[in-house]
Design a protein around this ligand. Structure first.
Ligand code: FES
Ligand code: FES
Length: 178
């Protein structure tokens, strides 16, 4: 077996991956500053859930397909599974944990989801609520069809869609008045 008698090719060692070295990072989340040291490839979702203990944002697909990880970055909705934590430095991150007032009063969108029974298992709900706030603030909640279109990135396996549309429509007026 001539092929077995050949000397083995030199093993090429991959260069050390510097990105694995923890990078210092300051993250402002729900008004509080956090000092972290993370692998530069850490997603914002993992930073929130695994390093800050903020488990409201959910990991559904981890691939930008379900919307369960939606949070606000400088007031705009983003998918935290597709966002590096480093990209949030110097910006304001808002998660579902940061919506209620210090006295416990719920955000109008949280209350509307309760009032309209807009969830069943609740797994998608934090992402739905954060996305719904973004949807209203963007001015994309002017009709049921528009709400459906601009909330279409948030999947609900319990199919609570009609109730979610009702909740967004209801909260819209209250958010404008607040
Ligand atoms: Fe981010 Fe599904 S977990 S979109
Ligand atoms: Fe169960 Fe939406 S309430 S996935």
């Amino acid at each position: 077996m001539a092929v077995l008698e050949r000397p083995r090719a030199d093993v090429v060692t991959a260069p050390r991956v510097e990105s694995r070295r923890p990078v210092p990072l300051r993250l402002r989340v729900n008004g509080a500053m956090h000092e972290l040291a993370l692998d530069s490839r850490t997603s914002l979702l993992d930073a929130l859930r695994e390093h800050l203990g903020l488990t409201g944002a959910k990991k559904g697909c981890d691939h930008g397909q379900c919307g369960a990880c939606t949070v606000l970055l400088d007031g705009r909705r983003i998918l935290s599974c597709l966002t590096f934590a480093l990209m949030a430095e110097g910006r304001e991150v808002t998660t579902i944990e940061g919506l209620a007032q210090p006295d416990g009063a719920l955000h109008a969108m949280q209350q509307a989801f309760i009032d309209h029974d807009a969830f069943q298992c609740g797994y998608c709900t934090p992402g739905q609520i954060m996305s719904a706030i973004g949807c209203v603030n963007e001015g994309h909640a002017n009709s049921e069809d528009e709400i459906r279109e601009y909330m279409s990135g948030n999947l609900c396996r319990c199919a609570c869609y009609p109730n979610i549309v009702d909740a967004v429509d209801d909260a819209k007026a209250k958010m404008k008045g607040s």
